[in-house]
Design a binder for this molecule. Sequence first.
Ligand code: DUC
Ligand code: ZN
Ligand code: ZN
Length: 471
Amino acid sequence: MSFDLLIKGGVVATASDVFRADIGVRDGVIAALGLDLGAADEVIDASGKLVLPGGIDSHVHIAQPSGDGIVMADDFESATRSAAFGGNTTVMPFCMQERGTPLRATLADYHAKADGECFVDVSFHLVISEPNAQTLGQDLPALIEDGYTSFKVFMTYEGLALDDMEMLEVMSTARETGALVMVHAENYDAIRFLADRLERAGKTAPFFHGPSRPIPVEREATHRAISLAEIVDVPVVIVHVSNREAMEEIARARRRGLKVYGETCPQYLVLTEKDMDGLNMEGAKYVCSPPPRDEAHQQACWEGLEQGIFDLFSSDHCPFRYDDPKGKLNPKARTSFRWVPNGIPGVETRLPILFSEGVSKGRITLQQFVALSASNHARMYGLTRKGSIAIGMDADIAIWDPEREVVISQSLLHHGPDYTPYEGIPVKGWPVTTIVRGKPIVRDGALVGAKGQGGYVVRERSAYARPKTRP
Ligand code: DUC
Ligand code: ZN
Ligand code: ZN
């Protein structure tokens, strides 16, 4: 029996094991693991390399309408190309509900934008901004049934923030339908209060984005989201956790037996609030929410990853160009930090940063890297054929050179923005080949795949979304 593809001579790692094996792929699926597997139409020599499950980035924003003349710097083509170069084989963008538009119509728009454009596989989370009877009673249950099995809610931002009553209603729908709830936990009123004060004091530079969203803003909302979820008895994922205090809310909830999951991101490991203090408007390059904190909180986020308080490590790729009136330097942004679009790019740099700072520096094991970069995302969000190297799984594979040293630079990257917030960071370990369902997309650092090779993935309900107790 011959294979379509054989990956030979590498060291394979999963979330549980590291072992020497060749991988035989047939029809896009892992068909054999072993040595001396025989013939194949195509052979990739992985000697001296690590063969890992392709990264799953379960938190990215692509081509999301941003209002106020602001335009995201990546479409599905550029974002998924960049993702492939960063060792990813699946990304999970958000479909943001637009007020007054049926959820299905918005979803159809996102599918139209993604269809035929993607280099890696894609699966959408929903964002619920209008939790009315139509959304909660009809649209959401039907969409969950159709495989859109997770959604995000916001506790801040005009037009997005849900009040506590709405949070409870949405969480209750999630419980009834088996969806997994993701929460952006920041206190909207506290941010507005602080932003007003800062502006009145003339503190309008990008740097003041940080002081307008200090740690208690995030800690309080994290605590409240967990409490509301406890009242409804539904699991919840707290996304993009930036600091020790919010992390401890999650840890405490887990000690009390609640199903609370956590996600952190590269910006909270390697950036700080000082980065937003650049000359002129340079600080805008680092404006994201929650904002980067300080070195002590970076250390806390590492502890969260090492100790399993965070199950997920995602990029929160949210790309805007810097030097562009439709991006970070839009005319209003020069008048106040309030108008700087929130978000930074990172889909291509997420995994090299975690590998280098985590595995190469000995903070986490290779198995933890696989769990945090791929397996946990697949399990958490119902991607049942992805996130591991095992017979019958999709042949989504990233081949890494663990010795390759690279200094991260905009000139090396393939995303749409005109900068990277990670410029100049040295890393050891780099993904060289990315294979999606058995087809190489990037090979030895060169693009060999075509757009349209990435497809849409319908998801199962997640076992992580099951309530603690049943009615
Ligand atoms: N939340 C996100 O998840 N991404 C970017 C900006 C934000 O507030
Ligand atoms: Zn968010
Ligand atoms: Zn995000």
